[in-house]
Design a protein around this ligand. Structure first.
Ligand code: SF4
Length: 504
C-alpha cells in the first residue's frame, strides 16, 4: 500500500515540496538527516604549539666539578676507546652533558631532575632547584601553578609527566577538596575522545523555576532570558595595570574565538569602540545611565549593588543585567537584595588569594551563596559567576562544585602570556605586571586559546571520571566532593595528638 504524505515544512529549503510515498519520504528524511549530520561540528578549540618569547627560569641548576669530570672522562676514554659521542653524552640521557664541550658547560634547561647523575657521581655533580624559579609567584599562586599555566599555554595539552600524581594530597584552598571519581562509566573515555558528548557549555542569564501555560497551552508568565557560552570560564577585568588596550584586544579576539565573554571597564569599551556581544561592560554604579551606550552587549554588569542604579539601568537597556558583589562585610544582605530585585547575573568577587574580607575561602563563600538560593527555591533564576583564586585547571570544576555556574579568570592570563608579576598578587588594584616585549597579538591569542583548550580538556577528564555528562550538572554537587579536613577528622578524631586542620 502506498500512502500519500505532505511535507512537514520543517526540513529546510531542499524539502520535499510535493506528495511522497512512505518509501520516498524515508529516503528523503535519511538524506536530509545525513546532510545535517555532515554539517554538525563538535565544539573544539584549535591548538597549536607556540614558541616561548620569554621562557621561565629553568627548574634546576646543574653544577659540575671540572676536576672530577675530567678524571671521569679520562677513565671513560680508556674504557670506550675514543668513542667521543658516548663519552660526552654520559652520565645524562637527557642531553645535559651533551653540548659541544660536554659536561664542562652543562645545559640545565634540559634537566628533568631525575637525579641519576648525582646518584652515580655524587663526588662531582650536584643538581639543585633553581631559586629564580622558586621565587616566581607567591604563597597562593605558586611557581608550580605558573609553570603549569606556562606549559598549558605553550602546548594546549593536558600536562602529563608519566610519573603519576605526586601531590599535594590535601592542603589549603582548593587543595582541600577532592573529587569523587568512582563513577568510571560512560561517558568517561567516550566523552573525552569525542565519540559521545560531554557538554562544557553553560547558560548565562535567568530561567523561571517553573513554566506556566494558559488554557490553550500557550506559555504565560516569565520565560528564560539567557544565552550560552561554550566553556564555564570567562575573562575578568584585567587586574591592576594589565588593562591596556592591547590586552583588551587580545582578550576580545580570544573570547570570540572560543565563544566566551570578557569583562572590561565600560569607559574603556566606549573609548576603544569595542562594544560587541562577547564584551561585558562593567558600569560604575554611580553612572547607571551609561548602559544605554551599549547596543551589542548581551550582558552588562553594574560594579556594586545599588537599588536606584539598577532601576535606572533596567529602564535604559534590554541586555541582561548583572551586579558585581565583593565578599566584604554584609555581602549576604546585598546578594539577597539583588536577587529579590530580579538581577539576572551575580558576579561574586574575592581577592586574588580567593579570600573574602573575613578570611574565608571562596569554596565556602560560593557554597553559601548557592545554598541561599537553593533554600529560597530560586537557584535557576540567577547565574552565579565567581572570581578570585582561580589559578589552576582543577580550580574550575571545584568552583563549579562549590555552586558557581562559571568562573572568571584574572592572573592566569598574565602567566599564560609569559608575563611577570612584580606587584601585589592578592589585591586586584595593586597588580603590576610586565609582558614580553616580543609579544604579538597572534602569539598571545594562540597562547590563551591553548590555555583554554587545556583547561577544558582537564574539565572533560574530571567530568568523565565522575560520570557526569555536562558541566551544568556539576553545579553544587557537594556530594561528589570530599573535604580533606572532614575525612581526617572522621579517621583520626579522638586519637591523642591529632589536631583538626593540621598543626597550628
Ligand atoms: S638530574 Fe637527570 S636530567 Fe638532570 S642532569 Fe642529572 S641525569 Fe640529567
Amino acid at each position: 500500500m502506498s500512502v500519500v504524505l505532505e511535507s512537514s515544512g520543517h526540513l529546510g529549503e531542499s524539502d520535499v515540496s510535493s506528495a511522497l510515498t512512505y518509501e520516498e519520504f524515508g529516503a528523503e528524511s535519511a538524506r536530509l538527516g545525513r546532510q545535517i549530520a555532515d554539517r554538525y561540528q563538535r565544539y573544539e578549540i584549535e591548538t597549536t604549539e607556540v614558541d616561548d618569547v620569554d621562557p621561565l627560569p629553568h627548574r634546576f641548576l646543574v653544577e659540575v666539578g671540572k676536576i672530577g669530570l675530567a678524571k671521569f672522562i679520562i677513565k671513560e676514554m680508556i674504557h670506550y676507546r675514543g668513542q667521543v659521542d658516548i663519552i660526552l653524552s654520559r652520565p645524562c640521557t637527557y642531553g645535559v652533558f651533551s653540548g659541544p664541550v660536554g659536561g664542562f658547560v652543562p645545559r640545565p634547561k634540559l634537566c628533568v631532575g631525575c637525579l641519576r647523575c648525582t646518584v652515580q657521581h655524587p663526588e662531582f655533580v650536584s643538581v639543585l632547584p633553581n631559586p629564580d624559579r622558586l621565587n616566581l609567584g607567591d604563597s597562593y599562586t605558586t611557581h608550580g601553578h605558573i609553570a603549569a599555566i606556562d606549559e598549558e599555554a605553550k602546548k594546549g595539552m593536558v600536562p602529563v609527566r608519566g610519573q603519576g600524581y605526586r601531590g599535594r594530597f590535601g592542603g589549603p584552598g582548593f587543595d582541600g577538596m577532592l573529587t569523587d571519581m568512582s563513577e568510571i562509566v560512560r561517558p568517561s573515555r567516550d566523552g573525552i575522545h569525542g565519540r559521545e558528548l560531554i557538554g562544557t557549555s553553560v547558560d548565562i542569564g535567568t530561567k523561571p523555576m517553573n513554566l506556566s501555560f494558559d488554557s490553550s497551552g500557550n506559555l504565560v508568565g516569565s520565560s528564560p532570558r539567557m544565552f550560552s557560552i561554550q566553556v564555564p570560564f570567562i575573562f575578568d577585568v584585567p587586574p591592576g595595570d594589565l588593562g591596556t588596550r592591547q590586552m583588551a584586544r587580545i582578550l576580545d579576539s580570544t573570547s570570540k574565538r572560543i565563544d566566551t565573554l570578557i569583562c572590561l571597564p565600560a569607559a574603556n569599551v566606549l573609548d576603544w569602540e569595542m562594544d560587541s556581544a562577547n564584551i561585558v561592560p562593567v558600569v560604575p554604579k554611580s553612572l547607571p545611565e551609561m548602559v544605554s551606550e551599549f547596543e551589542a552587549a548581551r550582558l552588562i554588569e553594574l560594579d556594586g549593588w545599588d537599588i536606584a542604579a539598577l532601576e535606572i539601568a533596567r529602564a535604559a537597556t534590554n541586555a541582561l543585567l548583572g551586579v558585581r558583589i565583593s565578599f566584604t562585610d554584609g555581602w549576604q544582605e546585598r546578594f539577597s537584595q539583588a536577587v529579590n530585585h530580579g538581577v539576572e547575573v551575580i558576579h561574586l568577587n574575592a581577592d586574588l588569594h580567593g579570600r573574602g574580607s573575613d578570611g574565608r575561602f571562596v569554596s565556602d563563600l560560593f557554597k553559601e551563596a548557592h545554598m541561599m538560593l537553593i533554600d529560597q527555591g530560586r537557584r535557576d533564576v540567577v547565574t552565579l559567576i565567581g572570581s578570585g583564586g582561580i589559578v589552576g585547571a582543577d580550580h574550575v570544576p571545584k568552583a563549579v562544585i562549590s555552586g558557581l555556574d562559571a568562573v572568571a579568570l584574572d592572573l592566569p592570563v598574565l602567566f599564560a602570556l609569559q608575563g611577570r608579576s612584580h606587584g601585589s598578587m592578592t589585591d586586584r588594584g595593586e597588580v603590576r605586571g610586565t609582558l614580553p616585549r616580543k609579544m604579538t597579538d597572534e602569539w598571545a591569542e594562540q597562547r590563551l586559546a591553548n590555555l583554554c583548550a587545556s583547561w577544558r580538556d582537564q574539565l572533560l577528564e574530571i567530568l568523565g571520571a565522575m560520570g557526569i555528562r555536562e558541566v551544568r550538572r556539576l553545579r553544587g554537587e557537594f556530594g561528589r566532593s570530599m573535604i580533606v579536613r572532614q575525612l581526617e577528622d572522621e579517621a583520626f578524631a579522638g586519637i591523642e595528638g591529632y589536631v583538626s586542620g593540621g598543626p597550628a
